[in-house]
Design a protein around this ligand. Sequence first.
Ligand code: R5P
Length: 289
Amino acid sequence: MADLDDLREGCDFGLGESAGEQGFHVKGALHLPWGMKDRLSRIFNPETGKTVMLAFDHGFIMGPTSGVERIDLNILPLVEYADCLMCTRGILQSTVPPTVNKPICLRSDAGTSILTELNDNVIIDIEDAIRLNVSAMAVMLAIGDSKYEAKTVANLYKAADLGSRYGIPVMGVTAVGKDMARDARYFGLASRICAENGANIVKTYYCDGFEKVVAATPVPVVIAGGKKLPEKEALELCYKAINEGAAGVDMGRNVFQSESPAAMIRAVHAVVHKGYTPEQGYKLFQELK
Ligand code: R5P
């Protein structure tokens, strides 16, 4: 029987105060269900709307390249400075302690490696993503690759179907291939195709005319860092991308191949979240390194 002793009548109904419509800080996500928004809010800081994702999934196609030979030694000391970790399930389960309590963007497709031909990929089982409690699934799209375009678009489409069933956002990752131009026309087309097929986040590359890529993509765009640059140039890349509308970075080599990875990710964080200029970011890097 319900305990009716001291049952107090409600009296604080805030009459006259509007319940208020709450907006949402992630582009294109206002109408998504609660679980999706919860996961997106773990990735994108609700105060700044931005994210610094630390990408260390490179081994799944390249093996133990420079900076990811020992995830436990090279990468784990950096995770406290990242907003989100992007890696494969193998590294997550074997090497990343669950106690880090960071949102995970799980690399969710796999197939070929640099030794054969890239992009002949399939997606992992959604149950694995659920078991691992990930906050997003990342799937590569090889737009413009006549052999694998349709297969990778189908991968993204399927991931988006499954992700929406279970409330897990999907990040479309635009591949760059030998024959693909690295310009706003190509990245704009590839990013838009990701979003049209259900991606909730798009990862692409910075290029001239980047603001047009962002404007025509109805979900947040984050940039990959690409090959290692001198630290000041990498911070300039972040600064330009953020100023032209990027919702953050998903950066790997420019962090973990830096002469001081911890200083670099903290400088990137300051540029992304605090509006530091490249000069201020580089000064911070030098102070911290
Ligand atoms: C690309 O598909 C890989 O997944 C990397 O995560 C991505 O390229 C970001 O790493 P980086 O900043 O080294 O380019």
